[in-house]
Design a protein around this ligand. Structure first.
Ligand SMILES: [Zn+2]
Ligand SMILES: [Zn+2]
Ligand SMILES: [Zn+2]
Length: 576
């Protein structure tokens, strides 16, 4: 009997299992123990486990040093309980539980929560309830929220009420979105009825019912109003516009990934069906946040500004075309068609690129390392604004309709197009990129030694940055997906600063651990090991065994491991 699974639920006894075959190296020692421990559970039947190591940094590393995975030494899990967005969701959950205890009848469907979906009153009544019961609610919330976060969350001045039910709260945005969806299908139903389009009348009726009848708990967690499994931070959906039961699927991603994987025309497979994104979800009366930006890829400079502000000059002196990015905060939408049967795994067409924008507070102090004769300057880990952009194919962006949200890769020839609901639309198309902004813990690394003259500096800096990420993941014993890096710009130094950041928006306290000199040195040693050639690629290139990963596709062609090997060797030999 062959049983295949991404993972087995804990607690399910598979006593008769003899052999485990793993098709990759699990992320950490505890995952490994959990998986291989499923075999050989009966006395007299020893288990046997084989692990296939893929050609990727993580797998190759553990292939060379299997003891780390096999020894069974488990890093204690670290929980950050100070992530503002997640704590805000807990506060919302507490407040909602009081509300539902007072009005049990509202804890049923989306319609019972918001009442008339064409003109909902859920948020307004919830806010009034919070104001009336403020002292009692605050007492309970204070018992849950970490002491040092009380002021930040507005518990000292009542601001928490607007955080969870104000105009820009997740709850208010969710109400606006569901109401907009509901009104638009009702309008479609009416228009189709007048035209005698029975099929659409039936679809719109079923769709309206699906929207209205969703269970409150599922709705609130789907819209990230309350905490949910896996603690996602900035989660959005690809709305498949399905009606009850048929092809039920919930497609969600963190916005930093969604801007490429859910970008208009992207395809993905879920529940054995292929879904195609048609555009951005449009909510009546709401605009997508829009920001102007310019970037110089030669000098790796990035600047952004708001509409109406003067266009900044770039520090490198180049004059570049201003672009625009929108933040798809209501997620994405497919068209109304039924999903197709997938023929092959759809190719990922778009990639994303991160930029460091600015520190949230004052510029942090620099720690020279090693202290005796500095080679690297570390700016202490501090909250900083990151921007991730998806600029479409070859930087051409997307043609986005401001009226209905439909998105195209090239400008359509006709003057009209279809809305995601299939109606004719003559809205104006604008060329935009898709963006996501978030605050996370950022640690800046300034290398002082000069690379050999004639080095192409931006590719060199990116290669160094990705070696450092892998090195950091190894010394911190976390999956490298938990950390990211990008390169910034400096007029003062030959090597551009490297920005290392926690991949979890809000930060998880990881990069701050590199402020210790021994940890940083260990990180550079592990980074050197990564580029020493164990992967088998030639020094003037790179592969998935050294510097490349799914996330840095935008620079794959530029990454070279050889120059980084020589550079880190010289840095470490000078390190006393
Ligand atoms: Zn430039
Ligand atoms: Zn349109
Ligand atoms: Zn390689």
């Amino acid at each position: 009997m062959l049983s295949c699974s991404t993972t087995f639920e804990l607690g399910v006894d598979l006593g008769d299992l003899d052999t485990i075959f793993l098709r990759n190296v699990p992320p950490e020692a505890f995952n490994y123990a959990q998986r291989v421990g499923r075999a050989g559970r009966r006395s007299g039947h020893p288990g046997f486990a084989i692990t296939y190591c893929k050609r990727g940094p993580h797998d190759l590393y553990h292939f060379a040093e299997p003891n780390r995975m096999l020894s069974g030494k488990v890093q204690p899990p670290v929980l950050t309980i100070r992530n503002e967005k997640i704590v805000t969701r807990h506060v919302a959950a507490i407040a909602l539980s009081f509300f539902f205890r007072a009005f049990a009848e509202r804890f049923q469907t989306v319609e019972s929560l918001f009442k008339d979906l064409s003109s909902p009153s859920g948020v307004a009544e919830f806010t009034a309830f919070l104001v009336r019961n403020r002292p009692q609610l605050e007492e309970t919330i204070r018992g849950v929220v970490p002491e040092d976060m009380l002021a930040q969350l507005g518990l000292s001045d009542g601001r928490w009420i607007s955080e969870i039910s104000g105009e820009n709260s997740r709850f208010a945005l969710a109400e606006a979105e569901v109401s907009s969806d509901y009104r638009s299908v009702q309008d479609l139903r009416k228009a189709s009825f007048e035209k005698g389009d029975d099929k659409t009348v039936v679809w719109a009726g079923a769709r309206a019912k699906t929207i209205a009848q969703e269970k409150v708990l599922s709705f609130l967690s789907r819209k990230a109003v309350i905490p949910k499994y896996g603690f996602p931070v900035d989660v959005v959906e690809l709305d498949t516009q399905q009606t009850q039961g048929a092809f039920k699927v919930s497609l969600q991603r963190d916005l930093s990934i969604a801007i490429s994987e859910f970008a208009p025309t992207s395809k993905l497979v879920a529940n054995k069906k292929e879904w195609t994104s048609y555009g951005l979800k449009k909510v009546a009366g709401k605009e997508w946040p829009k920001t102007f930006y310019a970037r110089c890829s030669i000098h790796n400079v990035f600047r952004q500004w708001n509409e109406g502000e003067p266009e900044p000059t770039l520090p490198c002196g180049d004059r570049l075309r201003a672009h625009k990015y929108v933040i798809p905060q209501f997620g994405f939408v497919t068209d109304r068609d039924k999903p197709k049967d997938p023929k092959a795994r759809p190719a990922k067409v778009f990639s994303t690129r991160p930029y460091f924008d600015r520190y949230r507070g004052p510029e942090p102090e620099t720690i020279p390392m090693p202290a005796a004769s500095p080679l690297v300057g570390i700016r202490k880990a501090s909250p900083g604004w990151m921007v991730v952009l998806c600029e479409g194919r070859r930087g051409e962006g997307f043609y986005l309709c401001g009226a209905c949200g439909a998105g195209f890769r090239t400008r359509p020839r006709q003057n009209s197009h279809k809305t995601p609901q299939g109606q004719d639309c003559r809205g104006t198309l604008e060329q935009v990129s898709l963006g996501h902004e978030f605050v996370t813990d950022v640690l800046q690394m300034q290398f002082h030694p000069l690379p050999p003259s004639g080095t192409d500096i931006v590719p060199f800096a990116f290669s160094l940055a990705y070696a450092v990420v892998e090195g950091a993941a190894e010394v911190l014993e976390v999956p490298s997906i938990d950390l990211s890096a990008t390169v910034a710009h400096s007029e003062l130094h030959a090597v551009p600063p490297i920005i290392l950041y926690d991949n979890v928006p809000g930060g998880a306290g990881l990069v701050a651990r590199l402020e210790r000199e021994d940890v940083l040195k260990g990180c550079l040693q592990a980074a050197l090991k990564r580029v020493e050639g164990g992967c088998g690629c030639t020094p003037n290139t790179s592969c998935y065994g050294c510097l490349r990963s799914y996330r840095n596709q935008f620079v794959h062609q530029l990454l070279q491991r050889g120059p980084i090997q020589r550079y880190l060797e010289s840095v470490l030999s000078a390190w006393v």
